[in-house]
Design a protein around this ligand. Structure first.
Ligand SMILES: [Zn+2]
Length: 493
């Protein structure tokens, strides 16, 4: 019997503002769409955090036995610099600045995105469609909305008529805004748009003569609106009505609000049952921004090459750190937080590695079944990874007590403990046991220790070129040496 039969999940639905019992549209199947990156620059750590939240949701649903179709798109056209449908296309701008083809920009940053996510041990989504691969589907939806009288064409561009839509269906239900407020608060950028009303949004934009990324349509040679891409791709692969739609908090308005309106207008039904939004990541208590220097790239965490951190951290440690905050809480990225997570991570891995050496007894002094239930309860309660991790630490403490002889465990419980620890730490949280992997890291550890010793001797002999060479060559092989008060340790990435 699949585990989901015994595990009722509660999801915080941004649409209702409440935790709701999750009931999939078809029993045993889940359709989940998450807005992917606009691939015009290196992936931001805040985006990594958002996608990691949905990675563990995907992993947990799979763990429970659901058949999950997880669609996460790549936005490779149509995302303008400004939400008011003005400004340059982000990818076209980068292409102009770097004097390369827009598709070279797309390729470069899609590869970067995948590399970073692989390092963090993400599972790939079931389908990763691109916006440019679905222009025809987008044109079909625009025609549909035009036929219903909920969009209009002006000078080769097509806009969604928010006021007309709002006459029969409320616009703003997700972000809890109403059209009157929007009218008061929006300011038209002079002469840059030919929309009837400022809150209308583009479904199709006529391309300026210099715009390279353009496709033929009944209205003009142009490109689709950003919001429309997600509606086209989610409808194509998950249907007009599907279970979960996720993304970062910043996408709630206008992006997701527009998705709801477009889908309702085109298909006459609400597209999504559960809207989920991951909260922001900040650094040292402040918004992360390149312009202020309060900024770090994911790769700089692995290399230690950033002034805000004192050393390199392995991707698993960084992943563990991020999962110690619930996806709906703001996560503050700090050096101290990472250092504390590193200690915790290795304590947890050491405990998991010690399970195989535990000697069973005739009685257990710890109720493993009850503990296992607490792990499931945590994840069933809106995917509460920090509570789950607290429970894993509780088990680590118990494992250490058995080692010390102050607690006992039966063989059956030992098996259950081991399986549960492995399921949650590796399958659900997606951690990698960097201290002990099947490809012989233990042997590697001996070799690295030897190199650390040789490097120490070289330093004592003031042979710094040798000591630097050892450090750099190991770093190139993915092994970071960390010099601390109590000697040198290493992490692998
Ligand atoms: Zn989207």
């Amino acid at each position: 019997m699949p585990l989901y039969k015994d595990n009722s999940i509660k999801i915080y639905n941004s649409l209702s503002g409440e935790k709701e019992v999750f009931t999939p549209i078809s029993e045993g199947y889940v359709g989940m769409y998450v807005c992917g990156p606009t691939v015009y620059s290196n992936v931001h750590l805040g985006n990594v955090r958002t996608f990691m939240s949905f990675d563990i949701i995907f992993r947990y649903l799979k763990h429970l036995g659901y058949k999950v179709r997880y669609v996460r798109n790549i936005t490779d056209a149509g995302h303008l610099e400004n939400d008011a449908d003005v400004g340059e296309d982000r990818i076209a701008k980068k292409a102009r600045l770097e004097e390369i083809e827009p598709m070279e920009v797309v390729q470069r940053y899609t590869v970067d995105f995948h590399n970073i996510l692989n390092k963090f041990n993400f599972l790939p989504p079931s389908i990763e469609p691109t916006a440019t691969g679905h222009i025809i589907e987008q044109i079909v939806i625009i025609k549909n909305i035009l036929e219903k009288g909920l969009a209009y064409e002006i000078n080769g561009s097509v806009y969604f008529d928010v006021l007309k839509y709002n006459e029969t269906k409320p616009y703003g239900i997700l972000s809890k805004r109403n059209v009157e407020d929007l009218l008061h608060n929006s300011r038209e950028l002079d002469g840059q748009s030919d929309k009837k009303n400022p809150q209308d949004f583009a479904l199709w934009k006529k391309a300026e003569p210099q715009h390279i990324m353009r496709w033929p349509s009944p209205w003009s040679d142009g490109f689709p609106g950003w919001h429309l891409e997600c509606t086209a791709m989610s409808t194509k692969y998950l249907g007009e009505h599907f279970d979960i739609h996720g993304g970062g908090m910043d996408l709630k308005f206008p992006h997701h609000e527009c998705e709801i309106a477009q889908a309702e207008a085109s298909n006459d039904q609400a597209p999504v049952n559960y809207w989920m939004h991951a909260n922001m990541l900040i650094m040292n208590g402040k918004k992360m921004a390149k312009s202020t220097g309060n900024f770090i790239l994911p790769t700089e965490i692995f290399s230690g090459d950033n002034e805000h951190i004192s050393k390199a951290f392995s991707p698993s440690v960084a992943r563990f750190f991020m999962l110690q905050a619930h996806y709906r809480s703001i996560l503050d990225f700090t050096n101290n937080g990472l250092l504390a997570s590193e200690k915790g991570f290795f304590r947890l891995m050491d405990a998991i590695n010690a399970i195989d050496d535990l000697v069973p007894a005739t009685t257990s002094t710890f109720n493993i079944e009850e503990w296992q239930q607490k792990c499931y309860d945590a994840m069933n309660d809106d995917f509460n990874s920090p509570i789950l991790i607290a429970n894993l630490f509780e088990a680590a403490k118990f494992i250490n007590q058995i080692k010390e002889g102050t607690a006992t465990i039966t063989q059956d419980d030992l098996t259950l403990l081991k399986n549960t620890m492995h399921n949650f730490a590796f399958d659900v949280l997606g951690l990698v046991n960097v201290t002990k992997t099947e490809n012989g890291t233990e042997k590697l550890s001996g070799a690295v220790e030897l190199l650390i010793q040789i490097r120490q001797e070289a330093r004592e002999n003031k042979d710094f070129s040798m000591s630097d060479k050892i450090r750099d060559e190991l770093a190139a092989a993915g092994i970071q040496l960390n010099d601390g008060k109590e000697g040198t340790t290493f992490t692998t990435s």
